[in-house]
Design a protein around this ligand. Structure first.
Ligand code: 5AD
Length: 357
């Protein structure tokens, strides 16, 4: 006789998720329980997160044209392929004209937000960056400009804001100072990094924080702390993606973060911050060919196709095997529209501002 075994799923985890989706605040331990037992609730988390996104913004996916304007960087982060110590890389800088030409191409393709992302490159002084921002705004007053250019002074951020920059992305990388110190050289400070997020918010930028999932030495407890931190900070945007090793870094031999954990974290972030702008990142699609779709199906609502000139795209190598063609290339926005339509969502080409009230 076959013995019948019934596996009772612990009803605690669905109840916790439901509580979160109804707007209740979870404790760190409750988040931790969800993260530890994600196998049992991941489909439910995706479903609730998708519904939450639809309630906040409708089934809309906002697109941003990504311009990787410099791969020169004064920092030496242990995980990043464009770190200063990597001599095995061809460095480039886009001129203001190059950048404006990317913007024009993107505008023609329907983009109304441009993200200028680069290493921490002192070549781009406040004046140079401000001139570029002003030119973009003059030529295309209906567009938003997002900067992602690392740590600068308060005064510098103020000038960039005054020049018309609308948003700023600065991932804090990890909430845990001890963990931060294992990912960065001692010249970089966790406190300085998180302080800057506060400065950016104070200056009126729509501000993006974020971290890597599965970065070396990260614990599940750290991930629970990330959610508590984000809930307190209330950033307008949160960028997360799996850590992916780069061959020319000290973390070359480390294991990559997983797509399933990243997607689960996307759901928890959406449920914690219903109005957040949440990209399904290129890194997610690099570790999982279905990553973009899974991200959208788990509450993400932003995609950032690449507008960097094609011959330089491979040199912006934060991690190995970064995808630079296919639906992630801005020129192929048609392919992306088809992919997104298959999830029941639609690509929207307005500025896609955060709707925090
Ligand atoms: N794997 C995944 N993400 C990375 N980043 C940098 N290096 C890697 C890597 N090896 C992320 C960091 C940074 C953003 C621009 O890219 O979180 O803030």
């Amino acid at each position: 006789m076959v013995k019948k075994v019934t596996i009772m799923n612990n009803p605690l985890y669905p109840a916790l998720l439901k509580k979160l989706s109804e707007g209740a605040e979870l404790t760190k331990n409750e988040y931790l329980e969800l993260i530890r037992n994600r196998e049992t609730v991941r489909d439910m988390a995706s479903e609730l997160a998708r519904a939450e996104r639809d309630r906040s913004y409708g089934p809309c996916i906002f697109v941003r044209g990504l311009i990787e304007f410099t791969n020169c960087c004064r920092n030496d982060c242990y995980y990043c392929g464009i770190r200063r110590s990597n001599t095995n890389i061809r460095r480039y800088r886009l001129s203001p004209e190059d950048i404006l030409s990317c913007v024009d191409t993107g505008y023609g393709l329907g983009f109304r937000t441009f993200v200028m992302q680069g290493g921490e490159d002192p070549y781009y002084t406040d004046d140079i960056l401000s001139d570029i921002i002003r030119s973009i705004k003059e030529l295309h007053p209906d567009c938003a400009v997002t900067l992602s250019a690392g740590e600068r002074s308060y005064e510098s951020y103020r000038k960039l804001r005054e020049a018309g920059a609308d948003r700023y992305l600065l991932r804090h990388e990890t909430v845990n100072p001890g963990h931060y110190a294992r990912l960065h050289p001692s010249s970089m400070s966790h406190k300085e990094r998180t302080n800057r997020l506060k400065m950016l918010m104070e200056l009126g930028f729509q501000t993006g924080a974020g971290f890597m999932v599965g970065s070396p030495y990260q614990t599940e407890e750290d991930l629970a702390d990330e959610l508590i931190f984000l809930r307190g900070l209330r950033p307008h945007m949160v960028g997360i993606g799996p850590f992916i090793p780069h061959k020319d870094t000290p973390f070359a031999g480390m294991e990559a973060g997983s797509s399933e954990l990243t997607v689960f974290m996307l759901s928890l972030i959406r449920l914690t911050l219903p109005y957040v702008l949440l990209p399904a990142t290129t890194a997610l699609n690099t570790v999982d060919p279905q990553g973009r779709i899974k991200g959208i199906n788990s509450g993400a609502n932003v995609l950032m196709p690449n507008l960097t000139p094609e011959d330089l795209r491979n040199d912006y190598s934060l991690y190995d095997n970064k995808l630079t063609s296919g639906p992630g290339a801005a020129a192929n926005i048609g392919l992306l529209k088809d992919l997104v339509r298959a999830t029941g969502c639609t690509i929207v080409t307005d500025r896609g501002d955060c709707r925090y009230i």
